[in-house]
Design a protein around this ligand. Sequence first.
Ligand code: PEP
Ligand code: MN
Length: 276
Amino acid sequence: MDFCHLVTRQQQKENTNFRVGSSLVGDRPIVIMAGPCAVENREDLIGLALQLRQSGAHILRGGAFKPRTSPYSFCGLGVEGLKILAAAGQASGMPVVTEVMDARDLEMVAAYADILQVGSRNMQNFTLLQEVGKVNKPVLLKRGLSATIEEWLMAAEYILAAGNSRVILCERGIRTFETFTRNTLDISAIPSIKELSHLPIIADPSHASGRWELVNPLAKAAIAAGADGLLIEVHPHPEEALSDGPQSLTPVNFTRLMAELKPLASAIGRTLEQPS
Ligand code: PEP
Ligand code: MN
């Protein structure tokens, strides 16, 4: 990677920041995206979204197209899931982020999503990167399962080169020899990205750990290391979740995390409050 790439600090000294709804991404306020792994049904999601908003979340997440390891696992509700997600976003006053798995679905997903998520498994789907680069919506680009920081930034470069400069990077853990945790949260990626790039970076301690008990401490570590936000999986009944229950916080534990993050944010000169 050299200094002529659009993602680099050399190309742009100031941090990239932009609005999503009323929330600022990449600025002093820390942005909290929360919600279930997958959209499951309307009642649960609307109820959860209202609770999350109440607890201080800014952006609602939920997958409608799920990249599952097994084709026999629950793969999401598709367009019905997008509709439910958009309705829950409206009901709670939060913008929504959801994954687009395939360039063929992009127009449909973009019709409902405020932020387009490119998942880990698609980080080097260059066709998809070029296509989301042409859309007038922010993109959440998750780090590939085994991608180096440079490969990840080059993936972001595809999106910027196609004309879309509103990219949020998401460190979601990488494959290591460790099996106790689902992945290994690469904390060092956060300050490394800050040094190399002007793009905002958030952390996803849910997929990074695969264990809900680890989400709270890892979330704090990520914020302390300079992350601009968090992506947290929350489910009203994790034990009944159709995907990623073991890593999902209950609403009560999410509320506790938000309260505990507050003093940490202010200690590093940031805030959890977004301008309303
Ligand atoms: C997700 O956010 O639901 C997801 C599938 O994450 P990742 O692409 O990081 O595995
Ligand atoms: Mn998940």
